[in-house]
Design a protein around this ligand. Structure first.
Ligand SMILES: [Zn+2]
Ligand SMILES: [Zn+2]
Length: 412
C-alpha cells in the first residue's frame, strides 16, 4: 500500500513529503499534482501545483509548500497513468501546533441507571477511540472514582477523569460536572443555607419554580468551576411527558447568562428523538446570530455500551494533551466541535466553521487509524479487568502509540 507522510503541514512553510510503497521500478518519474480544494473557488484562483519526483530505494521525497488553511488533493501518476491519490491539509500555526482528541463527557454506568460497571464503560470507551472521558452517573460522583481505581497504576493514555450528572435539590435542570476534585451533588445536598442565599440573590421571576431552577443552575455552574471542573448545560430540548423537561424561561435565562462552560449542542438522543438535537443546534445558531456565543460539546449520554448511543455522539477538540486542564481550556477557548456520527451515517460536526472543515477531514484521514490504535488498548483494559496478568505489560508497550501516530501525521 502506498503511503504519504506527513499529511498535515503548516501553511506557507516548505515541507518534505515521503511517498513510499509505490509498486514501480527504481528511477520512475512520478508526476505530482496538488489541488487546493478550497481556494480554487476564491479570487484569485489558486492553481494546482505541479512537480515531478523520482523513486529511489522505493521512496520518493519531495519538498512542497502548501498555503492557506485548507485541504489538498494530491494526485500521483507516472507515464503509464494514475498511481495514487492522497488528501492532505495545510493549517495555520495556531491549529497545527495542537493535537485532535476525541472524548465523551457524559456517560452512565451501573452507578446509576446504566448497564455496565464504571470500569467496563471506561475500557469500552477507549475501545471506540476516546482520548478523554468521565463516568457521569446521576447524582453520584463515586462511580467515576471507581473507574479510576480499577486502572490505578496502569500505563494509560486515556484521560479518565472524574464526573457526575448534577441534580440539585428542586432543580430539574441537568448539569454535567466533568473533572472537578469533589462531588457537587454532595455539596448541594449538604449546603441548604448557601442555596437559599443564592435563590434570594437571584433576580425574581413570576414563577417560583423557574426562579429556583435558574438560581440553582447558576450556583451549580459556579461550584463546578470552584472545584476545578467543566460545567455543561445538558439537553434543554429533551422531550418527556407533555413537553421539554425544563421550561423555556429557564433555558432562556441559562443561555443568556452562560455561566456554564459548554452547551450540550449534540446530546444522547435516539433516532426517534433527532428533533431534539436539531432544535439544540438551531438554538445555538440563533444565539450566535444575536451575539451570544458559547462553547459546545457533543456527548453520548449512553446508558449502556451495546444498546445504542454509545459512540454515536462525541466531542473533538484541539489541545496539547487530553488531560483535564488542556481539555477545559480547549472548550473555554472555543476549540471544540460537537459531532454526530451515528452508525452508517456520515459524521456531522457542529461548531466553528474552520474547525468543522478540519474535523470532517480528520474523520476521513486520521481518526480511523487513531481509533484502531485505541481499540487495541481498550481490549487490554478489558483483559486487565478480567484478571489477565499480562495486561499491564501489554498496555505499557502500547503507551505513546497514539502520540507517535500524531507526530507522523503532522510531520513533527
Ligand atoms: Zn440528563
Ligand atoms: Zn445523563
Amino acid at each position: 500500500m502506498m503511503t504519504c507522510t506527513p499529511r498535515v503541514v503548516r501553511s506557507g512553510q516548505p515541507a518534505v513529503f515521503t511517498i513510499s510503497g509505490a509498486d514501480v521500478k527504481e528511477g520512475t518519474i512520478l508526476q505530482l499534482t496538488w489541488f487546493p480544494i478550497r481556494h480554487r473557488s476564491e479570487l484569485p484562483y489558486q492553481a494546482p501545483l505541479r512537480q515531478t519526483g523520482i523513486v529511489e530505494n522505493g521512496t520518493c521525497q519531495i519538498t512542497q509548500t502548501l498555503s492557506g488553511q485548507q485541504e489538498f488533493k494530491l494526485m500521483i501518476s507516472t507515464s503509464e497513468g494514475h498511481l495514487a491519490e492522497f488528501r492532505l491539509y495545510s493549517l495555520e500555526e495556531s491549529l497545527w501546533s495542537l493535537n485532535p482528541y476525541k472524548g465523551d463527557m457524559h456517560m452512565h454506568s451501573t452507578g446509576s441507571d446504566g448497564v455496565e460497571a464504571p470500569a467496563i464503560v471506561a475500557a469500552k470507551g477507549r475501545k471506540i477511540g476516546l482520548d478523554f472521558m468521565a463516568l457521569t452517573d446521576h447524582a453520584t460522583y463515586a462511580p467515576s472514582i471507581e473507574a479510576q481505581v480499577a486502572f490505578e497504576g496502569l500505563p494509560l493514555d486515556l484521560a479518565l477523569e472524574r464526573g457526575e450528572e448534577v441534580h440539585g435539590p428542586g432543580n430539574g435542570v441537568h448539569i454535567i460536572h466533568y473533572g472537578g476534585s469533589e462531588s457537587v451533588n454532595t455539596w448541594l445536598h449538604t449546603h441548604p443555607h448557601e442555596i437559599e442565599v443564592a435563590v434570594n440573590a437571584s433576580p425574581k421571576h413570576s414563577d417560583e419554580r423557574v426562579h429556583r431552577e435558574i438560581a440553582l443552575s447558576h450556583l451549580t455552574f459556579d461550584r463546578i468551576r470552584e472545584v476545578g471542573g467543566v460545567a455543561i448545560f445538558c439537553h434543554p430540548y429533551w422531550q418527556i411527558d407533555e413537553g421539554y423537561h425544563i421550561a423555556e424561561a429557564v433555558t432562556e435565562a441559562i443561555l443568556k447568562d452562560h455561566r456554564f462552560d459548554a452547551y450540550e449542542v449534540i446530546g444522547g438522543y435516539w433516532p426517534h428523538e433527532v428533533e431534539s438535537n436539531a432544535i439544540q443546534v438551531a438554538r445555538f445558531h440563533h444565539e450566535r446570530e444575536h451575539g451570544n456565543r458559547f462553547p459546545v460539546v457533543g456527548v453520548s449520554d449512553a446508558h449502556g455500551c451495546d444498546r445504542g448511543l454509545f459512540g454515536w455522539y462525541y466531542t473533538v477538540l484541539f489541545a496539547p494533551s487530553p488531560k483535564l486542564p488542556d481539555v477545559a481550556a480547549a472548550i473555554r477557548e472555543f476549540r471544540s466541535v460537537a459531532v454526530e456520527a451515528r452508525p452508517n451515517h456520515d459524521p456531522r460536526p457542529v461548531g466553528d466553521f474552520e474547525l468543522v472543515l478540519y474535523t470532517l477531514y480528520l474523520h476521513r484521514e486520521y481518526f480511523p487509524t487513531h481509533d484502531a490504535l485505541c481499540a487495541e488498548e481498550g481490549q487490554w483494559m478489558l483483559a486487565h479487568l478480567e484478571g489477565d496478568a499480562n495486561a499491564a505489560q501489554e498496555l505499557a508497550k502500547l503507551q505513546g502509540q497514539v502520540a507517535a501516530n500524531q507526530a507522523l501525521f503532522y510531520g513533527r
